[in-house]
Design a protein around this ligand. Structure first.
Ligand SMILES: O=C(O)c1ccccc1NCC(=O)[C@H](O)[C@H](O)COP(=O)(O)O
Length: 265
């Protein structure tokens, strides 16, 4: 199962980073950070049709999405900022997505927007890393965490001033996310066993999630019709990666998904 491989490689890379930068070093970096604008990300995600635009070079399901030479993540961050997206998601997983914390740090220095560290969070160390790199939010995937870890990581994120998108794939995981106190739930439309995409998953699960919890629909969103279908299902926002990464004119594509006519001014 791909998630098992992702967790195993994430742990290997994290152990290597821990040998270079201790938890105490990260805490010192956080203490020395200049005061950055703080965001109420949960409140932001409750607005109607929030757009989270993702920066990623590759993925397990699609392989290489953008050639390494064309992966100008700072320019992409500027394009997303110009399009006034609500948050930028940066993949930092190194093996399958070819991401890094260095990319997140550079993006954080390029944009005033809040940034989601999109990774397979498996240890408190990674939450400190996210904060030190300049993220405003982290991803917690229910399928790879115990209930105790979910509760502990949510509390640590809050303590560090980070929001958390808690990702769930089915009703049992939604229940665990709600019990742990999630304020934002990400519903993944992609089945991670066979990589098929099914928006009906978000539509089904939205009905079981309390209205005060923001629901973000993730993966496989390509057209205005997809977004309209998700809007009708009552989701608060969308997280889009591949469609934006492949779009030559990102601002036009973002506006198209929002249902706006593109205006260069
Ligand atoms: O995208 C994958 O292949 C994948 C495989 C295993 C675990 C996670 C995976 N994707 C992470 C994501 O959450 C997506 O990058 C994100 O939802 C955006 O999806 P898309 O718009 O389809 O690029």
């Amino acid at each position: 199962m791909i998630l098992d491989d992702l967790v195993a490689t994430t742990r290997q890379h994290m152990v290597a980073r821990q040998a270079q930068v201790s938890l105490a070093d990260l805490q010192a970096q956080i203490a020395a950070q200049p005061v950055r604008r703080s965001f109420d990300v949960a409140q932001l995600m409750r607005q109607p049709m929030t757009v989270i635009a993702e920066i990623k070079q590759a993925s397990p399901s699609k392989g290489q999405i953008v050639a390494p030479t064309a992966f100008d993540y700072q320019q992409i961050a500027r394009d997303y900022t110009a399009a006034k997206v609500d948050m930028i998601s940066v993949l930092t997983e190194e093996e399958y997505f070819k991401g890094s914390l260095a990319i997140l740090t550079a993006v954080a220095q390029t944009t005033p927007l809040p940034i989601l560290r999109k990774d397979f969070t498996i240890d408190p160390y990674m939450i400190y890393e996210a904060k030190a790199a300049g993220a405003s939010a982290i991803l917690l995937i229910v399928a790879i965490l115990t209930d105790a870890q979910l509760t502990q990581y949510l509390a640590l994120a809050t303590e560090l001033g980070l929001a958390a998108i808690v990702e769930a794939h089915d009703s049992a995981e939604v229940e665990r996310a709600v019990m742990a106190g999630a304020q934002i739930i990400g519903v993944n439309n992609r089945n991670l066993k066979d990589f098929t995409v099914d928006f009906a998953n978000t539509q089904r699960l939205r009905t079981s999630i309390p209205a005060e919890i923001a629901v973000i629909s993730e993966s496989g969103i390509k057209t205005r019709a997809d977004v309209a279908q998700l809007e009708q299902a009552g989701v608060n926002g969308i997280l889009v990666g591949e469609t934006f990464m492949r779009a030559p004119n990102k601002q036009a594509m973002i506006n198209e998904l929002r249902g706006f006519k593109y205006d260069q001014n």
